[in-house]
Ligand binder design. Structure first.
Ligand SMILES: Nc1ncnc2c1ncn2[C@@H]1O[C@H](COP(=O)(O)OP(=O)(O)OP(=O)(O)O)[C@@H](O)[C@H]1O
Ligand SMILES: [Mg+2]
Length: 421
């Protein structure tokens, strides 16, 4: 890629670092607004102009995500590759940039990788770029900043999408930008000059509620009230009585109960290229039952779904390994052709965002017979007591189990569902 044009805010990313006024820059705000690409290009150009034989840090949530979001795109930015030779060693997580008689080293760190935390201790850095800083542990970020304190002219580069207003990065950096000598730029999608009005309108439809406020408006706001607002407001838009005729295959998600929570299962169908995601059938049982009775119920539910749909895989809450082993044995004994797998159990916030997205895009449907799941979607609320993290209220009065079961059934395809064009 080349930067054919830059927006006014993007230009500031390329200029701020050559004066004495600021020692850090913070770019927060909307997704796809052109923060990362400009920051990384500006970071490399600044490092090559102001230092030689120096070492820098490029940090992502994990080393792998930094490689994907920063290192790979960087290697295709013509405005950099035209002037500098860039080589990346994956085994050493080291990017070397050479040109104009200058050579500098950029180590890639992952804020959430234990090994990065160990490696960064003791190193001296002339500058650090933190991509998606709000997703990194505070202790890692502070350790990385400490590594720059002995270098004259060292500068820090932060970018992120907003989170809750109680997040440490918001209270400690965004709100204190001035006193910390940091330039704060707030980005909206309209600050990315390559997005067309149509792309902007499409993106606007991808998110609702708190996700819209954060990822489109770029605001640091708390998650409050009902989680699936568009569903709760108009369930009739999503609840259907007839199974769509374009369902290609289905998966089952199952959450084991106990301690007052229910055993819940959902059978979810997918149409071509994951265009439609439809909750087709459910299992729900709140009372305490023996493991044998549960095995019988689960296998009966799988059989019932297989009698109507193509179900090849079932994803189970992996906390209960003895139960899972029992179910695996029973499926094998009874020749039930299903792969029993552990649920991936990805971060809950990511799963909620996914469900909200397919609701906003009208790609989500639920059969009217799934009464417990419909009730769960209509009533789920954010936990107002949780100040620093987004948490779904789970005080025994809400049916979180059906939501978990549904999410286990769709999360293996999260990327495919998001990537639909
Ligand atoms: N001035 C520009 N010229 C050409 N392409 C651009 C420009 N600004 C942004 N882009 C492209 O727009 C896309 C989004 O940019 P980028 O990934 O930097 O956004 P971001 O703000 O970091 O988004 P997110 O918050 O989702 O990480 C990328 O494909 C990037 O290459
Ligand atoms: Mg980015």
């Amino acid at each position: 890629m080349t930067f054919s044009k830059l927006s006014t805010k993007q230009k500031k990313i390329f200029r701020w670092c050559y004066g004495d006024k600021y020692n850090a820059i913070i770019c927060d705000g909307a997704v796809r607004s052109g923060k990362t690409v400009c920051m990384v290009a500006s970071f490399i150009l600044w490092a090559m102009r102001c230092f030689n034989s120096a070492t820098f840090g490029i940090c992502g949530k994990t080393v792998r995500s930094a490689e994907r979001n920063i290192i790979i795109p960087l290697q295709s930015i013509a405005d950099i590759t035209h002037y500098f030779r860039i080589s990346y060693s994956r085994s050493a997580n080291l990017l070397t940039v050479e040109g104009n008689g200058v050579r500098n080293y950029f180590f890639v760190f992952g804020g959430k990788d234990e090994s990065s935390y160990m490696l960064i201790q003791g190193i001296t850095l002339s500058g650090v770029l933190f991509d998606e800083v709000a997703l990194m542990p505070r202790s890692f970020v502070e350790q990385a900043i400490t590594r720059t304190l002995s270098v004259q002219g060292a500068k820090l580069w932060f970018n992120c999408n907003p989170d809750t207003p109680n997040h440490w990065f918001y209270t400690e950096w965004v709100k204190k930008a001035e006193e910390r000598g940091a330039l704060h730029l707030h980005f909206l999608m309209s600050d990315n000059p390559i997005l067309t009005p149509e792309q902007l309108a499409n993106a606007d439809k991808q998110f609702t509620g708190v996700f819209h406020d954060r990822y489109i408006k770029g605001l640091w706001v708390s998650a409050e009230g009902v989680i699936y607002k568009q569903f709760a407001d108009s369930p009739e838009l999503y609840v259907i009585d007839t199974v769509p005729d374009d369902i290609l295959f289905c998966t089952i998600g199952f959450d084991f109960g106990g301690n007052g929570s229910a055993h819940a299962g959902i059978c979810t169908g997918f149409s071509k290229r994951f265009g439609k995601v439809v909750a087709l059938d459910e299992y729900y049982r709140k009372e305490v039952i023996t493991p044998t009775a549960l095995e019988d119920d689960v296998t009966a539910f799988i059989r019932r779904c297989q009698a109507r749909f193509n179900v090849y895989e079932a994803y189970f809450d992996n906390a209960e390994t003895t139960l899972l082993r029992g179910i695996k044995c029973k499926c094998a004994e009874e020749h039930i052709p299903v792969e029993v797998k552990n649920a991936k159990k990805t971060e809950i916030i990511g799963r909620i965002r996914l469900t909200n997205m397919i609701m906003s895009q009208m790609r989500f449907l639920v059969m009217s017979g799934c009464k417990n799941f419909i009730g769960a979607l209509s009533t789920a609320v954010w936990d107002s007591k949780s100040l620093t993290e987004d948490v779904r209220l789970d005080d025994g009065n809400y049916n979180i189990d059906s939501l978990d079961a549904f999410e286990y059934s769709i999360e293996p395809f999260m990327k495919d569902i998001i990537d639909l064009r």
